[in-house]
Design a protein around this ligand. Structure first.
Ligand SMILES: [Zn+2]
Length: 162
C-alpha cells in the first residue's frame, strides 16, 4: 500500500489558498501570511520515498490517489525523483524547471509549482548526502519481516447459529 501523510495541506486563513506549510517555509505562497500549522514535510516525504522504493522499486507507487494538496505535491515529487534517477541531470535547477513546466496545472494550482521547486531542492539536498539512497541499497533490502505479521490471517469462522 502506498503511504499517505495524515497531513493534507494547509488552507491560508487569509486568502484560502491551499499550500504546504513546513518548518522552513510556513508562508502562504499567494499572500504571504504565515500559518501556525506546519508539517515536517521534507523529512516525511523522504521517509515515504524510501518505503515506496523498497516496495515498488521506484518512488511513485503503482497507484497513487491524490486526495489532498499534500498527496498532489508528494506525487509530483515522487515522479521528479524517478525521472532524476533516469536522467541524472548535471544541473538540478534546470532539471526542476523543465519538469515542473511539463506538469499540467489546474488554474488554482499554479502557485504549487514554486512550492514544489523549493521542496524538491530541500529533498535533493538530503537525498544527495544520504547513503540509503545510493547504490540501489533500497531495492536489495529485504522487506521488514515485521510487515508479514500485518497481513491479516483469514478470520476464524464465527458461529452465528446461536
Ligand atoms: Zn494566503
Amino acid at each position: 500500500m502506498p503511504i499517505h501523510l495524515s497531513y493534507q495541506g494547509t488552507i491560508c486563513s487569509s486568502c484560502g489558498t491551499d499550500f504546504i506549510s513546513y518548518p522552513q517555509n510556513n508562508h502562504c505562497p499567494k499572500c504571504g501570511r504565515s500559518s501556525d500549522e506546519s508539517c515536517d514535510f521534507i523529512v516525511a516525504t523522504i521517509a515515504t520515498m524510501k518505503d515506496h522504493k523498497q516496495v515498488y522499486g521506484q518512488y511513485f507507487p503503482e497507484t497513487w490517489f491524490s486526495g489532498s494538496t499534500a498527496d498532489l505535491v508528494q506525487g509530483i515529487i515522487f515522479e521528479l525523483f524517478d525521472n532524476l534517477e533516469i536522467e541524472k541531470p548535471k544541473d538540478i535547477n534546470d532539471f526542476l524547471l523543465r519538469q515542473l513546466k511539463a506538469v499540467e496545472w489546474e488554474e488554482d494550482q499554479k502557485h504549487l509549482a514554486s512550492q514544489i521547486n523549493q521542496i524538491a531542492l530541500q529533498v535533493y539536498d538530503l537525498y544527495k548526502s544520504d547513503p540509503d539512497f545510493r547504490s540501489d541499497n533500497l531495492k536489495t533490502k529485504p522487506l521488514n519481516p515485521k510487515l508479514k505479521h500485518l497481513q491479516s490471517s483469514p478470520s476464524e469462522s464465527v458461529d452465528t447459529s446461536s
